[in-house]
Design a protein around this ligand. Structure first.
Ligand code: ITT
Length: 202
C-alpha cells in the first residue's frame, strides 16, 4: 500500500519511516510523488493545519495521503510557539536559533514554570477520500541547555521527567515509541490494519 506523506520536513519523514516499519506500507514523501510546492498553514489548530496539508496533496495527487502538523506548546507562553513552531523566529532559521529564541522569551519566567508539551495532529485521507484525525501530546519541560544529539528541532531542550533525559538523549527507537508523533502514528496504524488486509486481497 502506497501512502504519500504530505510534508517537506525530512526529519519527520525519517521518523515516519522508522515508526511504521511495515513492508506492506510504502511511505513516499510528497516531493518524491512530484509535489514540490510549500503549503500555507493558515489554520488555528494543529488538526486544522494537518487537514489543510492532507487535502491539498490529495486534491493534487489523489491516492492515500497522511499529513502531520506538530509543535511545542509552552505553558508559560500560553501555548506558544505551538502551531508556529516551524515558522517561529523566521521561516528559515536553524533549529538551534529557534531554541535560543525560546530561551529569550522565557528569560523572565522562573525555570520551574517551563513546562511544555509536544503535540502531533495527523490527518489521513483514505483512497475513498474519507478523512481520519488523530492527535497526541507528550508533556515535558524546557531546559536551559542543549543535551543530546539525536532527534531534531526542540528535542535537545525538551526534558522528560520520568526518564531524566531529553528527547535528543533517547535512542531513536525509544523516542519513536513514546513521542507525540510515535503515539499518533501508532493510533493511525492500528486503524488502517483493516484497509491493509483488504488491499492485500485486491
Ligand atoms: P511540514 O509542514 O512540511 O510537515 P514543518 O517543519 O513546517 O514541515 P510543522 O508546521 O508541523 O512542520 O512544524 C513542526 C515544527 O515543530 C518542526 O519544524 C519542529 O521545529 C517542531 N517539532 C515537531 N515535532 C518535533 C519533534 O519530534 N522534535 C522536535 N521538534 C519538533
Amino acid at each position: 500500500m502506497k501512502i504519500i506523506i504530505a510534508s517537506h520536513n525530512k526529519d519527520k519523514i525519517r521518523e515516519f519511516r522508522e515508526i511504521i516499519g511495515d513492508p506492506r506500507i510504502q511511505l513516499i514523501s510528497m516531493r518524491e510523488a512530484g509535489f514540490t510546492e510549500v503549503i500555507p498553514e493558515p489554520g488555528h489548530s494543529y488538526a486544522e493545519n494537518a487537514e489543510i496539508k492532507a487535502r491539498t496533496v490529495f486534491e493534487a495527487l489523489g491516492g492515500r495521503v497522511l499529513a502531520d502538523d506538530s509543535g511545542l506548546s509552552v505553558d508559560a507562553l500560553g501555548g506558544y510557539p505551538g502551531i508556529y513552531s516551524a515558522r517561529f523566529a523566521g521561516e528559515h532559521t536553524a533549529y538551534r536559533e529557534k531554541c535560543e529564541r525560546l530561551w529569550a522569551l522565557l528569560s523572565n519566567v522562573p525555570e520551574e514554570n517551563w513546562t511544555a508539551a509536544f503535540h502531533c495532529a495527523l490527518c489521513y485521507i483514505d483512497s475513498s477520500g474519507r478523512l481520519h484525525h488523530y492527535e497526541r501530546q507528550v508533556p515535558g519541560r524546557i531546559i536551559r541547555e542543549r543535551r543530546g544529539e539525536n532527534g531534531f528541532g526542540y528535542d535537545p531542550i525538551f526534558y522528560l521527567e520520568d526518564r531524566g533525559l531529553t528527547n535528543a538523549e533517547l535512542p531513536s527507537a525509544e523516542k519513536n515509541a513514546r513521542s507525540h508523533r510515535g503515539l499518533a502514528l501508532l493510533d493511525w496504524y492500528r486503524d488502517i490494519e483493516q484497509e491493509l488486509s483488504s488491499d492485500q486481497e485486491e
